[in-house]
Design a binder for this molecule. Structure first.
Ligand code: FDA
Length: 394
């Protein structure tokens, strides 16, 4: 039997960073992953450039049954700490929008950074590793692996959530929590595109590929002002991904397709200047033409000149564009979701160390925990912060 101080399951963002930190603090660390590569989601992230943190990271950007839980870890290992690490590794980066930081070159640089840090910490990394069973006695945790047995005083679960099974996601972490009597909140896909009912999808099919700035609101009052993208399956783009984390099946979302310009005022001004201009050409000055054509078909307002447009018709059109109410059919689910909402109940964990209060030596970090960030680097920052907090306590 091989003995270690700490075994970490999951060589994703949280597991790699925790292993490196614990190793550098003198712990003998075994890091296990079922995949053939470490950090597979990191490699896929940010369109291959990894949106590794967000300048505006703050607890309000995270969803959890206990919104206070993330505060301690985020305050102790901040976005500035990770940026400092990225700088020390000489990785060039840039802010794209809304505080989102990306590598200039490639997400591989972040994986290389983490592997280098693990190397400094003398971490034993074992890929293609299946954990067949986990048991606990006075000596700590014994893991039956494919072909060997490993033991450690402390066990860290960093196996992530259910999103993107194609990248190795499994319910392993939730099962271990259940095995040790810890509560796991129901999970659902987050940061995921909406699908639409067939008739609406059919009506919108000419819009596939059209992107517009938007202001989207959920029934609970949450609002995001970001781009909306029409797709052949439904609605996507940053605004939709963000709002999907706040949406429940059956609910409506309200979409303002012209958040920067009051279209009623715009039509009034245009009517004064160009009364014979067509409605379509007027709206096409400020909205994508394909969107205008499609919405005219959807509304009962016929094509006409501005002087022919009566106030009821104008009101109807403006309402449809500023307050378009859509009831999504569902989401694309874990297959394309960037994150998993829900997970291990934070009330059973210490927010300082991530250790299960009633199961000494068992820790949960990263996405497996019921803490989910917004789109834009917030989820990686949670992985780094929770991993760092845990590593200090190992
Ligand atoms: P993560 O999922 O990274 O790692 C878990 C690891 O555990 C995996 O390597 C998996 O193979 C392993 N594992 C699972 N079950 C196991 C088992 N039974 N035995 C052994 N190993 C097991 N976030 C962000 O902030 N910025 C971004 O740009 C993006 N972009 C992005 C793109 C895409 C396509 C996705 C799917 C997700 C993102 N995210 C993101 C979200 C981000 O990737 C996610 O929040 C973190 O990777 C979570 O880190 P964890 O280490 O907790 O899990």
């Amino acid at each position: 039997m091989e003995k270690f101080d700490v075994i970490i399951i999951g060589a994703g963002a949280a597991g790699l960073f925790c292993a490196a930190q614990a190793g550098q603090r003198g712990k003998r660390v075994l890091l296990l992953d079922n995949g053939k590569k470490a950090g597979r989601k990191i490699l896929m992230s940010g369109g291959g450039r990894c949106n590794f943190t967000n300048l505006h990271t703050e607890p309000a950007a995270y969803l959890s049954q206990n919104p206070h839980f993330c505060k301690s870890a985020l305050a102790r290992y901040t976005q500035w700490d990770f940026i400092d690490l990225v700088n020390r590794h000489g990785i060039a980066w840039h802010e794209k929008t809304l505080g989102q930081l990306f590598c200039d070159d490639s997400a591989q640089q972040i994986v290389d950074l983490l592997l280098k840090e693990c190397e400094i910490g003398k971490v034993t990394l074992r890929l293609r590793s299946e954990v067949l069973s986990v048991s606990r006695d006075e000596a700590g945790y014994t893991l039956e692996l494919n072909g060997s047995v490993a033991q450690a005083e402390k066990l860290v679960i960093a196996s992530g959530g259910l999103s993107m099974p194609g990248l190795g996601a499994t319910p392993f972490g939730y099962k271990i929590a259940g095995q040790f009597g810890l509560t796991v909140f129901p999970t659902r896909a987050g940061l995921v595109p909406f699908t639409l009912h067939k008739p609406l999808l059919e009506q919108l099919k000419t819009l596939s590929g059209v992107a517009v700035p938007s202001l989207m609101s959920a029934e609970d009052g949450t609002i995001f002002k970001e781009a909306l993208l029409f797709t052949h399956r439904g609605l996507s783009g940053p605004a939709v991904l963000q709002l999907s984390s706040y949406w429940q099946p059956g609910e409506f979302v309200t979409i303002n397709l012209s958040p920067e310009r009051d279209l009623g005022d715009f039509i009034n001004q245009e009517r004064k200047a160009h009364p014979n201009q067509s409605l379509k050409n007027t709206l096409a000055k400020v909205l994508p033409r394909r969107l205008v054509e499609c919405l005219q078909l959807l509304s009962s307002v016929p094509e006409c000149t501005l002087k022919q447009l009566n106030s009821r018709q104008q009101g109807e059109l403006v309402e449809a564009l500023h307050r378009w109410r859509v009831q999504p059919n569902g989401t694309e689910g874990y297959r394309t979701a960037e994150v998993t909402l829900g997970g291990v109940d934070t009330s059973v964990l210490s927010s300082k160390t991530m250790e299960a209060r009633d199961v000494p030596g068992l820790y949960f970090i990263g996405e497996v925990v019921d803490v989910t960030g917004w789109l834009g680097g917030y989820n990686f920052q949670w992985a780094w912060s929770s991993a760092w907090a845990c590593a200090q306590a190992l």
